[in-house]
Design a protein around this ligand. Structure first.
Ligand code: NAD
Length: 498
């Protein structure tokens, strides 16, 4: 059998947990190895390591922390291809896409390299006579991250570069479906000179997450995953007094107005709907075609889907890989027949799409297109998280906007139009955290923050950018006076300015 994926605790690989889970190559459906599943004991060991590393790391000068981050950045860059291959082998996405996620994660590392600037506080001289006031940002202590399967490197890299740069120590619980790349990142941290115990990985499933939520020495939890779990994690962590940001699922709408360039919109819908087989939280899963563009747009999308090359992630010709597991493939495909029963038109059935190399086995589902979808259908209501694009027809901009705003999710959205006024109105009126104007996947750059609204996000601080720095630090306000040596006597009055 293939590799055994372990934990990473206190600067080196660690075994433990008693349970294991098979890992698969999604392109062939064969078992490629196994991952250990840690529980309360492994979480406790990792937290103890992180806790004892904290004082030394907190007091490490900013410039020295930044130098380690620069070295980590160079190492991740140098190993970008290898990291992408590791991701692709477990997730199934094509290697170029996996390289893209490593690049987006690197942008957060680059942002975190500027930590000396980001941690600057404020200073006010003479808030009262001879009195100065200032604020300082201090790390929280041991913080934890729990991450989903769809971005095995990028989502953890939204979290740990900033948390560590701020002076915290980190315990990561990656998705048990795609665990390997985080171990490689741990090795690169060690090579970059990060002291042992600052970055730890506990592999596992729900047991490990429960142990993280219950652990009294963990100050903050960053979670990214599906909405039901995000909600539970938020409630459990906040109930124990932890700081928590929990990013959930999505149903991202792309509104196409009548004046838009339909070829551009069709290209965008296919790219954003089917990249990474639709397993992206920012994937477009609903196109809202405003009359009269529906027929023309659906036909253009259909033509493009015919030509999509589906195949193994490591085949350079492939544009789209398999789904992550067999169960997930079956669940995604189940929406197609139900949608037809509910009245939608199945314009393109991905179950018949050819696969490059015709591999035996594998979790394959080609691109699927549903038209005349309405808001009461399950394919519209649920986050399918696969290569299924639903087209809803709307009679006006207002109806399209109402549809987007009625969704319980609010992660990403996009509008396609040539009308600047309409775009500006949409940007103002739409109830969604990340908005694209003629940009179908509006993932913010690392120096902005990533996060949705409504049931796509529980908590206050979005991921990375200055909100990330805010999340991983707490502010202390200091009022200081170095009195004139001349005594000025006792005063029981409340301190006021003057
Ligand atoms: P998931 O919710 O099943 O799992 C996420 C993490 O939680 C994993 O580490 C998993 O081990 C753990 N987990 C699973 N069930 C749990 C439970 N009952 N209690 C505690 N922990 C549990 O999500 P997934 O299938 O790995 O990832 C896909 C989901 O993540 C989609 O809904 C997608 O939209 C979402 N996602 C959101 C964002 C975002 O930024 N909002 C980004 C990426 C993915």
């Amino acid at each position: 059998m293939g590799r055994h994926v372990s934990h990473w605790i206190n600067g080196g690989p660690a075994t433990g947990g008693g349970r294991e889970k098979d890992l698969y190559n999604p392109a062939t459906g064969t078992v490629s190895g196994a991952v250990q599943l840690g529980g309360a004991a492994e979480v406790d060991t990792a937290v103890a390591a992180a806790r004892s590393a904290f004082p030394g790391w907190r007091d490490t000068p900013l410039g020295r922390r930044s130098a380690i981050l620069f070295r980590f950045r160079e190492l991740v860059r140098a190993h970008r291809r290898e990291l992408a291959e590791t991701i692709s082998a477990e997730h199934g996405k094509v290697i170029s896409d996996a390289e893209g996620e490593v690049a987006r994660g690197l942008e957060v590392v680059e942002f975190a390299c500027g930590i000396p600037h980001l941690l600057k506080g404020g200073f006010s001289e003479n808030v009262s006579t001879g009195v100065d006031a200032y604020s300082i940002h201090q790390p929280l202590g041991v913080v934890a991250g729990v991450t989903p399967f769809n971005f095995p490197a990028m989502v953890p890299m939204w979290m740990f570069p900033i948390a560590i740069a701020c002076g915290n120590t980190f315990v990561l619980k990656p998705s048990e479906k795609v665990p390997s790349v985080t171990l490689r990142l741990a090795e690169l941290w060690a090579e970059a000179g990060l002291p042992q115990g600052v970055f730890n990985v506990v592999q596992g499933d729900r047991d490990a997450v429960d142990a993280i939520l219950e652990h009294p020495d963990i100050s903050a939890v960053s979670f990214v995953g599906s909405t039901p779990v995000a909600r539970d994690v938020y409630t459990a962590a906040a109930g124990r007094g932890k700081r928590v940001q929990a990013l959930g699922g999505a149903k991202n709408h792309m509104v196409v107005l009548p004046d838009s360039d339909l070829d551009l919109a069709a290209d965008a819908a296919v790219s954003a709907g089917f990249g990474s087989a639709g397993e992206r939280c920012m994937a477009v899963s609903v196109v809202v075609a405003v009359d009269p563009v529906g027929d023309g747009l659906v036909e253009r999308v259909r033509q493009r889907l015919e030509r999509l090359r589906v195949g193994p992630g490591d085949d350079e010709r492939s544009e789209m890989g398999p789904l992550v597991t067999d169960d997930h493939r079956a669940r995604v495909a189940s929406y197609l027949d139900v949608a037809v029963t509910e009245g939608a038109t199945l314009v393109r059935d991905g179950r018949n799409h050819p696969v490059l190399g015709q591999p035996q086995g594998g979790f394959w589902l080609g691109p699927c297109l549903l038209d005349h979808v309405t808001s009461d259908m399950s394919c519209y209501r649920d986050e399918i998280f696969g290569p299924v694009l639903s087209v809803v027809r709307a009679s006006s901009y207002s109806q399209a906007l109402d549809l987007v705003n009625s969704s319980p999710y609010g992660n990403g959205t996009a509008i396609f139009t040539r009308d600047g006024g309409a775009a500006r109105r949409f940007q103002n009126e739409v109830q969604v955290g990340m908005v694209g104007i003629n940009v179908p996947i509006p993932v913010p750059m690392a120096f902005y923050s990533f996060g949705g609204w409504k049931q796509s996000m529980f908590g206050d601080s979005h991921a990375h950018g200055t909100e990330g720095v805010h999340f991983y630090t707490r502010t202390k306000a200091v009022t200081s006076r170095w009195p004139d040596p001349t005594p000025d006597g006792v005063s029981l009055g409340f301190p006021t300015t003057g």
